[in-house]
Design a protein around this ligand. Structure first.
Ligand code: ATP
Length: 231
């Protein structure tokens, strides 16, 4: 397993947002976590990346225990997060935004950027444009590329489809699938459950701070029931 989350809990002044959840993300492929607003998804992601304090549990990346590691240390260890609101700098070009993700210790940032352009050739067409002139889909591509600059062991995407038109969601999800088939381990957090399940090899549903693994590839899987319960 690339990422192992064991008995993770997050509490805010007595509010239990995440209640001792356990799940795993295999190396290579897409694992999704779906759930409604307020289910605890962002708290979970924050506790994995290290900017939300866990009240219990363990986070293990590629066999290394990161539970007591700082946010920067987790990033160096290989945890990369594409945040929900993308956080693109409007005054920098698309290419400059991507390059912000390059670790200062790496001398081969240009080579990595070229590799990313292979994965997302569309970026070539708008790489010189200012961040504030990019569409939502272009911004999402830039945010994902920026996270990929440090060649992470696990890429966590927090609701990448949020606010995007359906056709753009399709393009973003196709890019995510391509990344996964190139061997990237991906944790995809989504409210757009149907689309996420379609591209995921492993799936969890989150509700009221708890997670349940879904047998979404089995013939008996009832998507309507899932929607009634979790979406
Ligand atoms: P969203 O999609 O809206 O981000 P989510 O599934 O990511 O929802 P969380 O944001 O993790 O859910 O929130 C889980 C619970 O924790 C909610 O009840 C929320 O109100 C609460 N919560 C989140 N952040 C804080 C905070 N900083 N202080 C207090 N309560 C919080």
């Amino acid at each position: 397993m690339m990422l192992e989350v064991e008995n993770l809990s997050v509490a805010y002044k007595g509010i239990h947002a995440v209640n001792g959840i356990s799940f795993t993300v295999p190396a290579g492929g897409i694992t999704c976590m779906i759930g409604r607003n307020g289910a605890g998804k962002s708290s979970t992601v924050g506790a994995i990346a290290g900017f939300v304090k866990a009240s219990g549990g363990r986070v293990v990346l590629d066999g290394r225990d990161l539970t007591h590691t700082s946010t920067a240390g987790r990033s160096r260890a290989g945890v990369a997060l594409v945040p929900e609101n993308r956080r693109i700098f409007g005054t920098l070009t698309a290419a400059e935004n991507v390059m912000l993700g390059a670790p200062s210790s790496r001398g081969d940032a240009q080579a990595r950027f070229a590799e990313i352009l292979e994965l997302f050739p569309a970026i070539r067409t708008f790489q010189g444009r200012g961040g504030h002139q990019l569409s939502g889909g272009e911004q999402q591509m830039v945010a994902i590329s920026r996270a990929l600059m440090c060649s992470p062991k696990v890429l966590i995407l927090d609701e990448p489809s949020l606010g995007l038109a359906p056709i753009v969601v399709k393009a973003v999800f196709a890019a995510i699938e391509e990344l996964a088939s190139a061997g990237q381990a991906i944790l995809l957090i989504e409210q757009n459950g149907r689309a996420a399940l379609r591209i995921s090899q492993r799936a969890y549903a989150m509700s009221l701070g708890q997670v349940h693994e879904l047998d979404h590839r089995s013939a008996g899987f009832d998507e309507r029931e899932l929607h009634a319960l979790y979406l």
